[in-house]
Design a protein around this ligand. Structure first.
Ligand code: ADP
Ligand code: MG
Length: 740
């Protein structure tokens, strides 16, 4: 949030008197509040559409100029606004939807705080044209800073209300500038309209650039959700959807109903689309989205960026809609139970559909006309959605050609079978083995061998898994980080310290094996030259960096290793998505866990390890070595910069401290003078460190632990090597407290 007019803060060198507290000018207060409610053009559009929905409209049309900064115009055919209400329409906290606080608990309308229109008038020029039923003419009036600029003027009008918001953020220079630079506001608005259009299917929506003949979203009222999805997101999406439903009527756990559509194994996209409505309110729920991504990654790794539409209904009193300034997020009673419930419904739906495909494959006789597996070059980084390889067209393929050998299609890979839920009876297992071997015959021998050794490594992980630890990991609650390496977790009544570095290293290693040859890629913004990375890593390891003999040796090692990795480039790329180009630059790395990128400071160490520690002769050892090197690289190591929230803060003071004492000034005795001490901090480095550490903690809580719960098969060594240490049993603690 920016307040352009505010005075510069007092310099830290001024005497330390408490600053005087002043009352802010009302117009500043209103503008600050407005800036929170209307963060970007798309938030204004959302508020306006919600008002039109509340006004029981059946058609809502949006026109936008210059990404919404110049003009947003929303027209509806709703009940209109009464003439008498126009004077207070845009004052803050004027609403027709709520009168007592208790109403808030059962509110069903989209709006209720009477803030949206008012906010818009503080940061833009708003003009309202409206007509109510039975009137001969409508009224038009403009607003600024919450009040009418003139008396409403009579005008011709069509049923409903039209609101024009012009010159958004004209008085917030900084925000206008940042938004002008971003080109994607119009696409955000189109995306918003698309979401509304597939939920409110009884209404027609349109969205166009002002003056454009063609609308970018255009739907007509329909009774079929799939038709609506088809007209907004296209046939290729609509044909790859599965219907899902879930409900819980048990008042002791959670009461809810969910209906939706989720994408199947044939759908693949670059990013997840999650359209979520809770009690008809378009919201975001990061926890649910994450839970869905995790299920897809586990069941359909190749289709792990799903399309999901879900509508959840709950008793209104179970939803707190008032937790976010733009009402974008809501909080739910028993959220975890609901998410868990939905997660298992989705998981079984996906598994069933995947098994149905497997079954279909089993009935196919190997045929000479079947194409051989796509060549490695085709299987490369073309990870874009390709409608021609899936969807309706593939259904027209003759049955004998239905063995899917397209690398873009997960069912064509053995991987898809390995990921499928273990079959329960022997007969199925046998037929599955038969299918596997028939498919293997059609692959070249090299690939068969590779897959076998990966399968062996995976089997080892499964057979060694420690069931006690597995239970703890699956059902533990993350409490927080106890220090740089140990997280505190609770399982039933026990508290444990868990070493996140060890845990993540093992998890990443296992995930590399599971995603083997099926990685999405992270493209490095600048290709990194291998020789430089290796030299850097050698310097870090080197105890005596000055010695020139070492330098020559270093060069030699860098050259040898670069050549070695260039030779292995095809294998690294094809199986691990570690792409080294012809000039010896590293360009791509794999995504091992979604939403997680490794700490690039550790890239040199990783490259050195690939060259030095991997046994390139023996196939199984080689694949295991590369997987372990990736595991180590991607583990959530503490950032290289010391943790500034503890003793590490000294590190950021020290550097300038030394240079200050070089000048003969010593601040160390100057204990009372905090201002001077603060000045000695390297702020840039400090904020970089703070960022790295908080990012890591976020990833530990939101990515690592949820993924550990789903994927990790802990080896028995973790029970004894300090990865898990029980620190307290709450039962015993309670007993101690009882005695006190
Ligand atoms: P809220 O929606 O929280 O009530 P707003 O500032 O968004 O607050 O709107 C204020 C009031 O203006 C609404 O309560 C409603 O009575 C009226 N209103 C706004 N937009 C429309 C519209 N498109 N059609 C009819 N009435 C509207
Ligand atoms: Mg509103």
């Amino acid at each position: 949030m920016e307040i352009e007019e505010s005075e510069a803060p007092p310099s830290p060198r001024q005497p330390k008197e408490p600053p005087k507290i002043r009352r802010l000018d009302v117009s500043v207060v209103n503008r600050i509040a407005a800036g929170e409610v209307i963060q970007r053009p798309v938030s204004a559009v959302k508020e306006l559409i919600e008002n039109s929905l509340d006004a029981r409209s059946t058609a809502i049309n949006v026109a936008v100029k210059d990404g919404g900064l110049k003009l947003i115009q929303v027209s509806d055919d709703g009940h209109g606004i009464r003439y008498e209400d126009l004077p207070i329409l845009c004052e803050r906290h004027t609403t027709s939807k709520l009168s007592t606080f208790e109403d808030l608990q059962t509110v069903k309308s989209m709006g209720f705080r009477g803030e949206a229109l008012a906010s818009m008038t503080y940061v833009a020029h708003v003009t309202v044209t409206t007509i109510t039923e039975g009137q001969l003419h409508g009224y038009r009036v403009s607003y600024r800073d919450g009040v009418m600029e003139h008396e409403p003027k009579a005008c011709a009008a069509v049923k409903g209300t039209q609101i024009m918001v012009e010159n958004l953020f004209y008085n917030m220079v900084a925000r206008r500038k940042t938004l002008q630079n971003s080109a994607d506001d119009y696409s955000k608005i189109v995306d918003l309209l698309s979401r509304f259009a597939i939920h409110h299917i009884g209404l027609s929506f349109s969205c166009r650039k002002h003056g454009a003949a063609r609308a970018d979203v255009h739907t007509i009222a329909t009774s079929s959700r799939l038709d609506a999805i088809k007209s907004v997101y296209g046939v290729s999406v609509a044909h790859n959807l599965l219907k899902v439903e879930a409900r819980d009527d048990d008042p002791s756990s959670s009461i809810f109903e969910m209906n939706g559509f989720i994408s199947n194994a044939s759908y693949s996209a670059k990013k997840t689309t999650m359209v979520l409505f809770i009690n008809d309110r378009l919201v975001e729920c990061t926890a649910l989205k994450r839970a869905m991504e995790v299920v897809y990654a586990a069941t359909l790794p190749k289709a792990s960026k799903p399309f999901i539409y879900m509508a959840i209904t709950l008793p209104p009193e179970h939803v707190d809609v008032n937790i976010h300034p733009t009402k974008r997020e809501v909080s739910l009673l028993s959220q975890e139970v609901i998410i868990g419930n939905i997660q298992s419904v989705v998981e079984s739906k996906l598994r069933n559909s995947n098994e149905a495909r497997t079954f279909q494959e089993q009935t196919i006789e190997p045929s000479a006309s079947c194409p051989i597996i796509a060549s490695p070059t085709v299987a490369k980084k073309d990870r874009h959605y390709n409608p021609s390889s899936s969807g309706p067209k593939s259904q027209k393929v003759p049955v004998q050609k239905m063995v899917r050998t397209d690398s873009l299609d997960p069912a064509g890979r053995l991987h898809a079978y390995l990921q499928a839920k273990p079959l329960t009876n022997l007969e199925n297992t046998n037929s599955l083995t038969a299918v596997r071997s028939s498919i293997r015959q059609r692959r070249n021998p090299k690939e068969t061998a590779d897959l076998t050794s990966i399968q062996e490594l995976l089997n080892e992980i499964d057979s060694k898994c420690h069931s006690g630890l597995l239970d703890i990991i699956r059902h533990c609650t993350y409490v927080g980080m106890a220090d740089d390496v140990y997280a505190l977790v609770q399982h039933n009544t026990n508290l444990y310290l868990a070493n996140v570095v060890n845990l993540s290293k093992e998890l990443m290693y296992q995930q590399v094996l599971r995603r083997f040859a099926h990685f999405n890629g992270i493209k490095l913004s600048d290709p990194a030259p291998l020789p430089e990375l290796i030299t850097l890593a050698l310097k870090e390891e080197d105890l005596d960096p000055e010695c020139s003999e070492n330098d020559d040796l270093g060069k030699k090692i860098a050259e040898l290793n670069t050549n070695l990795l260039k030779q292995k480039a095809e294998l690294l790329d094809e199986y691990f998505c570690v792409h080294v180009d012809e000039d010896g630059n590293l360009c791509w790395l794999p995504v091992i866990l979604d939403q997680y990128t490794p700490d690039m400071d550790r890239l040199p160490e990783f490259v050195l390890c690939l060259g030095n520690d991997v046994d390139w002769e023996d196939e199984k050892n080689c694949l295991q070595g590369i997987s372990a090197a990736l595991g180590n690289f991607y583990a959530v190591h503490p950032p290289l910069l010391p943790n500034p929230s503890g003793d590490g803060l000294q590190f950021y003071k020290r550097s300038k401290h030394l240079s200050a004492s070089d000048d003969g000034i010593d601040f160390s005795d100057n204990g009372g003078n905090d201002n001077k001490m603060e000045d000695e901090i390297d702020h840039e480095l400090l904020s970089e460190a703070q960022m790295a550490w908080s990012q890591r903690e976020w990833s530990i809580q939101h990515v690592l632990f949820p993924s550990l719960r789903l994927f990790l098969k802990p080896p028995p060594s973790m029970a004894t090597n300090g990865t898990f240490v029980q620190v307290a049993s709450l039962e015993k603690l309670y007993k101690i407290f009882e005695r006190c």
